[in-house]
Design a protein around this ligand. Structure first.
Ligand code: NAD
Ligand code: UDP
Length: 337
C-alpha cells in the first residue's frame, strides 16, 4: 500500500518507515524538519535500499499538502507529525495547539477531498491522566491532562472520534504509546532531541558519551519498591511494527479503534539504569534530585487488546533498548549531523 507518513523523519516515524518498506509498503514522507534532519532520509535509504519520496512541508500549509495527495494515490496515512516537548508546551501553548491541531485538521480535510479513508494517529498514554487503577486499559475514561502537549493529544482524539461518527466509512486507529525508547539495531536511526533532553533514555545516553555530567533521578521517595517512578518502556522498533500490524487490521475494520502500545511491564528508573549497565557494560553516573512536578509514580499498560485483535506483542527487552540506544549515541555522539 502507498502510505503517507507525516513526521516520517522523526524518531518514531523513521523507524516505522523502515518497517513499512520491509513489509512491502511504499511510504511517502511529509516532514517540515522542525525536529528532524534530512540526513535521516539517507539513513533510511542505507537501511532499506529504497529512497522514499519526501516532501519538506508544514502540514498546516494545506495547499502544498494537497499537491502531495494529487501526486500520489494514497491508501492510508500514519500521522506522527506534531510538537512533543511537554515542558516547552507549557511556555508555548499557542504553538502547540496551532501545530498539533492545525496539522491534523488540514490533513483530515485533504483526506476527505481525496477519498483517503484510513488513518493511524500517534496518541499517548498521557491522555489517561491519573488512571483509576493499573494496568491501564483502553476503556478507562480520559483523564485530566496537565500540559498543552497532553491536552492537544486529548483534543485530537476527541476531534477524530467526532469526525469518525460523522464519517462512518472512515477507519481511524488511535495508538496510545507508552514510553518509546531504544533505536534501530544498526545505530543509523535513533532519538536525537534538540537541546537538553526531557526524556530519560536520551538523557542517559548523552551522559554516558560525556555530553552531560550525570543523570538527575527525579525522586527516590515514591511509593514504589525502590522509590523511583515506574513506566512501561517499549522499544521503538516494536512500536514501529505495531503500526504495520495496525494498518493490516485498519483497512478491514470501519470505524474508530484504540490500542495501547506498550509492553504491559513496569520498570523503575533504577531498574532502567541497571538494565543499561547490563546491556552495555557502562555504569550511568547519577544523582538523586527532587521529584519532577506532574510525574505519576506508576504507569503501565494492559496490552491484551492489541494482542487479541492485532496479534501484536512487543518482544524486545528494556536491556536491548538500552544497548541499541547506546549504540546509536556512540555512533552519533552529537546526534544526526
Ligand atoms: P519527533 O519530534 O521525533 O517526530 C515528529 C516529526 O514531525 C518531526 O520530524 C518534525 O519535524 C515533524 N513535524 C512536526 N510538526 C510538523 C508539521 N506541522 N508539518 C510537518 N512535519 C512536522 O517525535 P516522535 O518521538 O517521533 O513522536 C512522533 C509522534 O508520537 C508525535 O505526535 C508525538 O507526540 C507522539 N508520541 C511520542 C512519544 C515519545 O515519547 N516519543 C510518546 C507518545 C506519543
Ligand atoms: N526521569 C528522570 N530523570 C530525567 C528524565 C526522566 O529521573 O532526566 C524519570 C521521570 O521522572 C520518569 C521516567 O524517568 O519517572 C520517564 O520519564 P520520561 O520523561 O522519559 O517519560 P514520561 O513518562 O515522563 O513521559
Amino acid at each position: 500500500m502507498n502510505i503517507l507518513v507525516t513526521g516520517g523523519l522523526g524518531f518514531i516515524g523513521s523507524h516505522t518507515v523502515v518497517e513499512l518498506v520491509s513489509a512491502g509498503h511504499t511510504p511517502i514522507i511529509v516532514d517540515d524538519l522542525v525536529n528532524s534532519k534530512l540526513e535521516v532520509l539517507n539513513r533510511i535509504e542505507k537501511l532499506t535500499h529504497v529512497r522514499p519520496v519526501f516532501y519538506e512541508l508544514d502540514l498546516c500549509e494545506e495547499e502544498k499538502l494537497d499537491m502531495v495527495f494529487q501526486a500520489h494515490p494514497i491508501d492510508a496515512v500514519i500521522h506522527f507529525a506534531g510538537l512533543k516537548a511537554v515542558g516547552e508546551s507549557v511556555g508555548k501553548p499557542l504553538e502547540y495547539y496551532s501545530n498539533n491541531l492545525g496539522s491534523t485538521l488540514s490533513l483530515l480535510r485533504r483526506m476527505v477531498a481525496h477519498g483517503v479513508k484510513n488513518l493511524i494517529f500517534s496518541s499517548s498514554a498521557t491522555v489517561y491522566g491519573t488512571p483509576p487503577s493499573l494496568p491501564i486499559k483502553e476503556d478507562f475514561p480520559l483523564g485530566e491532562t496537565t500540559n498543552p502537549y497532553g491536552t492537544s493529544k486529548a483534543m485530537i482524539e476527541r476531534i477524530l472520534s467526532d469526525f469518525c461518527k460523522a464519517n462512518p466509512d472512515f477507519n481511524i486507529a488511535l495508538l496510545r504509546y507508552f514510553n518509546p525508547i531504544g533505536a534501530h539495531a544498526s545505530g543509523e536511526l535513533g532519538e536525537d532531541p534538540n537541546g537538553i533532553p526531557n526524556n530519560l533514555m536520551p538523557y542517559v545516553t548523552q551522559v554516558v558519551v560525556g555530553r552531560r555530567p550525570y543523570l538527575t533521578v527525579f525522586g527516590d521517595d515514591y511509593d514504589t519498591p525502590d522509590g523511583t517512578c515506574i513506566r512501561d518502556y517499549i522499544h521503538v522498533v516494536d512500536l514501529a511494527i505495531g503500526h504495520v500490524m495496525t494498518l493490516k487490521k485498519l483497512v478491514q475494520n470501519p470505524g474508530l479503534v484504540i490500542y495501547n502500545l506498550g509492553t504491559g511491564k513496569g520498570t523503575s528508573v533504577f531498574e532502567v539504569l541497571e538494565a543499561f549497565e547490563k546491556g552495555t557494560g557502562v555504569k550511568v553516573p547519577y544523582k538523586v534530585g527532587p521529584r519532577r512536578p506532574g510525574d505519576l509514580p506508576r504507569l503501565y499498560a494492559n496490552c491484551d487488546k492489541a494482542f487479541e485483535e492485532l496479534g501484536y506483542k512487543a518482544t524486545r527487552t528494556v536491556e536491548e533498548a538500552c544497548r541499541d540506544a547506546y549504540n546509536f549515541q556512540k555512533k552519533n555522539p552529537n546526534g544526526i549531523e
